[in-house]
Design a protein around this ligand. Sequence first.
Ligand code: SF4
Length: 402
Amino acid sequence: MVIDSDIQSALEFKGFKRSPLQLYIHIPFCIHKCHYCDFNSHVRDEPPWHAYQQALICELEYWSQQDPFHGRSLHSIFFGGGTPSLAPASLIADVLAYAKSLFGFEENIEISLEANPGTVDMQAFQGFYDAGINRLSIGAQSLDHKELQWLERIHNNDDVYKAIAAARSAGFDNINLDLMYGLPDQTVQQWQQTLAAALSLNPEHLSCYQLTVEPHTKLAVRHASSPYALPDDAASLQFFHQTRQDLSAAAYTAYEISNFSKAGKYCRHNDGYWLYHDYIGIGAGASGKWDKHDGGTYRYSNHRMPEKYIQKSTAGWHAISSDESLNQQQAAAEAVWVGLRRKEGMDDDWFSQRFDRPIASYFQGELQPWLDDEKLIWNDRRLQLSGSGIVLADAIAGSVIQ
Ligand code: SF4
């Protein structure tokens, strides 16, 4: 239960250098719930677009009045889901216009929208482009028809090709493709064919994640009763390394463990999460986080059910369902945890400024075994995962986060 005085104290700070400010907007509606999905997505015959737009507007208004955000313009915006491409372009345009009027936009702001290839056509893309979206993230997941059917996606492989062509025609010059590997019975060679097909579409960015069986999904229930042939640890490593090898050969930089971009086309918004930037999250189930003046971090999550979210937000108050405050030690651990995901690693000068002391003064004992083992390296003033340490990122992060 949120106590408003706690929120207020988390909002109070003075003389603290702020990070760039990001805005995440969650659109929770989908046409069908894919069986592997554990995102906050909900199927509704007729999504209540008008009410949802009003709720987003109310929440923007609320956050714009809070102290941490006074005088700060937006560095990046990301419409995620769910399926943001189901939303009317007018909703996207109106929410963006309102956000701009309240906060202002930095010059060259990045504004991304996730699009499901089964929900878009030329007209939809043109509407999003005209609304101000300048980066598309297309949830292809695979370019193999059978794999897409197994994933229960509503699109087929042709839809992905059509979506890219329509996006280019609408004017988009910054496109990401989301892909998934490690599907049941999939071989590394089959995955390489998917990668090659994706590269033929010349996207500026690729996100490649391994399928995971998340608890409480339909897939988890099915897998428990009749296990799928999913890759073991050794096979998972093969997929991981082959992905990096093939995308490196195609001149994509692995700027984060699972994210690859052409020069200068990294996702500024997602990179901000790994750089521990402040962000406001609006919409059902969205979360936000910002630095507190005492060195800690405040974090909140909204109500997940769209109807509850709409009710709370349009009442003229926040829609928070849970929150927590991290002290400086906990926040420092979290910053290392996310920062090590970046190819550039964690900048000790930034860390020392943000957390008063260098990384080693917090975590020398936890990090030393990884340094001795050369899974972690110091590169000038940056702490980075080594080539052999990158597959141990979670274990290394786990050693500091406890
Ligand atoms: S389209 Fe995406 S968000 Fe919607 S159910 Fe499928 S995986 Fe989940």
